[in-house]
Ligand binder design. Structure first.
Ligand SMILES: C=CC1=C(C)c2cc3[nH]c(cc4nc(cc5[nH]c(cc1n2)c(C)c5CCC(=O)O)C(CCC(=O)O)=C4C)c(C)c3C=C
Ligand SMILES: [Fe+2]
Ligand SMILES: [Fe+2]
Length: 344
């Protein structure tokens, strides 16, 4: 079999064609929590120019001199606390694989559609899954970056990586990329339903609900990244769907990295301030994350909860991401079916 990444490959050996590949892509995750797998993952992630935009001359000595000597141990410990021990992998990988398998089930009425999944950093790589889809006869490809809100540091880098691989193919598939869906009614309704469902299991009700999104540096926003506005759209529609107001619902940003100023208000500082102001019961959700991961399970359900209780709060609930739930899969299925129109 000719390798599809060989520029001399003609693709003539494709066994069949006429199929449409749907590739779900999430951020990525290390293969293990020890130093070397963590280092490999962080090195790939943090050398992406879409993620860290500083000059390489300035950034690489810091990355290879300081960050990659200390951070793998520190972050490895955090991953260990939230590792899926049954499958020996991170939950992000477990949920992304489940989403791929469930999507294939849901699209069974479209016999020429093939579903697969990949990670932007780490395994399975985007290149290897594009090759696999081509080998299964796909001459059309729908790339779905699993981010409801667009950011160059997430959506664009997934698309870049897919096109970088296509640059090496003589016989490229036709390609579509899935746009962000920050205000999609199915998405907003699934988020609202997940809040109602979680709150119905509690014997208390929150005085404040925080919708905490991953942050980006303010400078990225100022250069034109529409991420903040798209988070605001999601948050406003969700607040209204839940019948809440600015007195009991807040948009915040988490997961700062490095010395720059990031989008505000910061989640950790807000949680601390609320407790100090006498708010006793809060719930936090992560609408921008399609799957639970380090940033939601450790940073919010773990650290933010601890901060809140330490500063005088009494009750803290983390509302899980949509993950591979019925509601979550319905959102992803609707988006995929919409973007496949004209192809199936
Ligand atoms: C400048 C650095 C970073 C930007 C910009 C950034 C944007 C961004 N990230 C996500 C989603 C996730 N990030 C995750 C982990 C993570 N993010 C950064 C840095 C930036 N992210 C780092 C260094 C890490 C690794 C952990 C750490 O070292 O602190 C994850 C979790 C992955 C997992 O395996 O669990 C997700 C998901 C979004 C949505 C976003 C911009 C909108
Ligand atoms: Fe991140
Ligand atoms: Fe984090």
């Amino acid at each position: 079999m000719l390798s599809q990444s060989d520029p001399m490959s003609t693709g003539h050996l494709q066994p069949s064609s006429g199929k449409v590949g749907v590739l779900l892509v999430n951020l990525g995750t290390p293969d293990g929590t020890d130093y070397w797998p963590m280092r490999r993952y962080l090195a790939e992630f943090l050398s992406d120019r879409r993620v860290i935009e500083w000059s390489r001359l300035y950034w690489y000595p810091i990355l290879y001199g300081i960050v990659l000597s200390k951070r793998p141990q520190k972050v490895g410990k955090a991953y260990e606390a939230i590792w899926n021990k049954d499958l020996n992998e991170s939950y992000l990988r477990t949920y992304t694989r489940n989403q791929g398998e469930l999507m294939a089930e849901r699209l069974k009425d479209l016999p020429n559609v093939v579903v697969d999944w990949a990670m932007r950093y780490g395994q399975p790589s985007i290149a290897s899954r594009i090759d696999a889809l081509k080998e299964r006869g796909c001459d059309k490809l729908l790339v779905f970056p699993l981010y409801p809100q667009y950011s160059a540091s997430t959506t664009a880098t997934v698309n870049d990586k897919a096109f970088e691989h296509l640059m090496k193919l003589r016989w490229q598939p036709a390609v579509r990329t899935v746009p962000p869906y920050p205000g999609d009614p199915a998405y907003i309704e699934a988020l609202a339903a997940s809040v109602r469902q979680k709150l119905s299991t509690l014997d208390w009700q929150p005085e404040m609900l925080l919708a905490s999104f991953h942050g980006i540096p303010i400078s990225y926003s100022e250069k034109g990244d529409p991420y903040r506005q798209q988070c605001e759209t999601t948050a406003r529609l969700l607040r209204d769907a839940l019948g809440l107001t600015d007195r009991n619902f807040m948009l915040t940003f988490q997961s700062r990295f490095g010395p720059e100023e990031w989008l505000q208000p910061y989640t950790d500082k807000t949680v601390e301030k609320l407790a100090e102001q006498g708010v006793r019961r809060i719930a936090v959700m992560n609408p921008g994350f399609v799957s639970d991961c380090l940033e939601t399970l450790e940073e919010i359900a773990g650290e933010a909860a601890e901060t809140f209780l330490h500063h005088g709060g009494e009750k803290f609930a983390h509302i899980p991401c949509l993950n591979d739930s019925e509601g979550g899969m319905t959102v992803l299925e609707k988006v995929v079916r919409r973007e496949l129109q004209g192809w199936v």
